[in-house]
Design a binder for this molecule. Structure first.
Ligand code: ATP
Ligand code: MG
Length: 242
């Protein structure tokens, strides 16, 4: 198992009020899976993604990432694990506006200590894969939303991570551009076997996956697999017209 979480909770303190963002979440993800997480706003999806990406620590419960118990690690070990195993793609692309596209993709490799020549060739290859090699010297504000999201995907992939965590990666994009981003993720999963966990609000996006985790109130409400997903997507898509 690449990911194994057991009874994870995460409680935020807001002044003297407790917010129970996660209230006992357990599941496992095998290498090569493409999992969608859906659920209403505030149901804990992003909180869970932060924990999976080792950006945050649970209040209780256990998390094994590729067999390593995350809660036992020091901050330094945690960031090492994060840099080597995880690629993030967020709704806001989080690119650095002062840097070129190429330099943005280089950032995670700088953290890994990769030398300059190798960084350049890896990053140019990555940009080629997402169809943006010709834009390498441009800055994010000179690119469209979809292009920027492709840069963010290139940045997430350049370290060759075991798992891509994508939190509403198409949320800021129009339908067609969102579709292109989904195709890139799908191809990665199909051809490279990269494990992907995708958070999405849009039920239609679940059609791309073989496994759907439905969250509500900080818990997993239910899980759908394979052939169970498509009919549900159709049902929801027909609903507004009815
Ligand atoms: N840093 C924080 N401090 C306090 N409360 C937080 C914090 N982050 C999230 N929360 C709360 O935890 C709950 C879960 O938030 P989370 O961001 O995980 O939801 P989500 O499912 O990603 O929602 P959305 O679909 O709107 O992105 C919410 O009630 C939210 O207000
Ligand atoms: Mg969220």
């Amino acid at each position: 198992m690449l990911v194994e979480v057991n009874d994870l909770t995460r409680t935020y303190m807001m002044g003297s009020t407790e917010v129970n963002a996660l209230r006992g979440v357990s599941f496992a993800v095998e290498r090569g899976e493409f999992v969608a997480i859906m659920g209403p706003s505030g149901s804990g999806k992003s909180t869970l993604m932060h924990l999976l990406g080792c950006l945050d620590q649970p209040t209780s419960g256990t998390y094994l990432l590729d067999g390593t118990p995350v809660e036992a690690l020091s901050d330094q070990e945690l960031s090492h694990l994060r840099n080597h195993k995880v690629g993030f793609v967020f709704q806001a692309f989080n690119l650095i506006s002062q840097l070129t596209i190429l330099e943005n993709v280089e950032v995670p490799l700088i953290y890994m200590g990769t030398d300059r020549a190798r960084r350049h060739s890896l990053c140019l290859d990555m940009l080629k894969d997402v169809g943006l090699a010709h834009r390498a010297r441009h800055r994010p504000n000179e690119l469209s939303g979809g292009e920027n999201q492709r840069v963010a995907i290139a940045r997430a992939l350049v370290t060759n991570p075991d798992i891509i965590l994508a939190d509403e990666p198409t949320g800021n994009l129009d339908t067609k551009t969102g579709h292109e981003i989904m195709e890139i993720l799908q191809k990665l999963n199909d051809e490279n076997g990269t494990t992907i966990v995708l958070v999405t609000h849009e039920i239609a996006k679940a059609k791309w996956t073989r496994r759907l985790i439905h969250m509500q109130d900080g818990k997993i409400l239910r899980e759908l697999k394979g052939d169970e997903i498509s009919p549900l997507v159709d049902l929801f898509q027909e609903a507004p017209a009815a």
